[in-house]
Design a protein. Structure first.
Length: 111
């Protein structure tokens, strides 16, 4: 089993935790990513920003990990946002009907 080449950096600023992801977010990456996101959201402030600017590929398991993070934040009455999606990631979000996760972040940025 070859692990996916992905990276994650986390920064915290007041009420916001930013997770910067890079590389390929596929099944193998999600095995590591999903529990880390769960831990981060349980410790998180009110806002979680997931920056996908450097993500080069995402599959259904990667999408599931992102959706889970949104659900965990919703349950704790927090807010999650996706930012910096490349066209290949935007296409997957659109195909899965989840482009609303990106739209929410874009409308929040324009406020």
């Amino acid at each position: 089993m070859e692990l996916s080449p992905y990276r994650m950096e986390v920064t915290t600023d007041d009420e916001t935790r930013t997770v910067q992801l890079a590389g390929e977010i596929d099944y193998f990456a999600s095995l590591d990513l999903k529990p880390k996101l769960e831990e981060l959201t349980s410790q998180c402030c009110r806002n979680l920003i997931i920056d996908l600017n450097e993500v080069t590929f995402i599959d259904s398991e990667g999408i599931k990990a992102l959706v889970a993070a949104f659900q965990w934040m919703y349950r704790k009455q927090g807010r999650a946002q996706l930012v910096g999606c490349r066209p290949c990631v935007q296409r997957v979000l659109k195909l899965t009907g989840l482009e609303c996760m990106m739209r929410e972040a874009q409308s929040a940025a324009s406020d």
